[in-house]
Design a protein around this ligand. Structure first.
Ligand SMILES: C[S@@+](CC[C@H](N)C(=O)[O-])C[C@H]1O[C@@H](n2cnc3c(N)ncnc32)[C@H](O)[C@@H]1O
Length: 225
């Protein structure tokens, strides 16, 4: 399932949705998305920004070429989004900041989608792109997508954001969807320090913590809120 299919299906739950994408790259998802208002944030867009701005002239579509932290520093305090897609720098620290900032600007019935939470290999799960490249070079492994340690964010959500329900869809490389809804903590929470040391192996051993769910079921839950 394409990222844009997931995001669009969620956006279609709203009448005139406002959409924010953190980490846009070529715009494969962003350009395909239909929403009343669209905001793109990337430290360096991988397309001609002037041409993209010209193509959407007169529409409520905005491009911010800056780090996500800088974008959230400048955004109006009362700016709100229905759907936020977090797909910027693939580290636990950065995605945690992106998530907390996104929550500040999420409508009460809004939804956040976090990409790259289920790394398919140890190399993909390494916390920095430099480590990923060095490891692959040392082992002679072909390039594969780097997902970083975003998976740690799901363990954090489970233990530290009980005001949000979440599920991770199985139809693609792993995306966690979260929405407001009180949830009981069903196990003793880990310390933040423990979470920051969790590993690729923990993704396999603690698979249940991701609440892996079909996309159809996630959509049912979103509609039933
Ligand atoms: C995986 S790509 C995004 C793919 C895109 N969402 C899609 O679905 O096609 C990650 C992007 O995040 C951007 N990025 C990295 N660090 C960032 C940061 N701190 N703030 C904003 N964007 C960042 C990179 O420049 C890159 O274009």
């Amino acid at each position: 399932m394409q990222r844009s299919d997931v995001v669009q299906a969620i956006l279609d739950l709203y009448e005139a949705p406002s959409y924010l994408e953190i980490g846009v790259e070529t715009g494969e998802t962003f350009h395909a998305i239909r929403a009343a208002r669209k905001v793109a944030v990337d430290v360096k867009f991988a397309f001609d920004l002037d041409a993209a701005r010209t193509a959407v002239a007169g529409q409520d579509v905005h491009f911010h070429e800056c780090p996500s932290d800088g974008y959230f520093e400048r955004i109006a305090e009362d700016d709100r989004f229905d759907v936020v897609f977090i797909d910027g720098l693939h580290t636990f620290d950065q995605t945690l900041r992106d998530l907390l900032n996104a929550i500040q600007h999420l409508r009460d019935d809004g939804v956040i989608v976090i990409d790259d939470v289920l790394p398919p290999s140890y190399a993909a799960s390494l916390p920095s792109l430099e480590q990923n490249i060095a490891f692959r070079k040392a082992r002679g492994i072909q390039p594969i997508d780097w997902m970083g340690d975003v998976y740690r964010l799901v363990f954090f959500i489970r233990d530290y954001l009980p005001g949000f329900s979440f599920a991770t869809l199985v139809e693609n490389h792993g995306e966690t969807v979260l929405w407001r809804g009180t949830r009981a903590l069903d196990a003793a929470p880990r310390s933040v320090e423990q979470i920051s040391r969790m590993s690729f192996a923990d993704c396999q051993f603690h698979r249940d913590d991701f609440n892996i769910t079909s996309f159809d079921e996630i959509m049912k839950r979103l509609r039933g809120r």
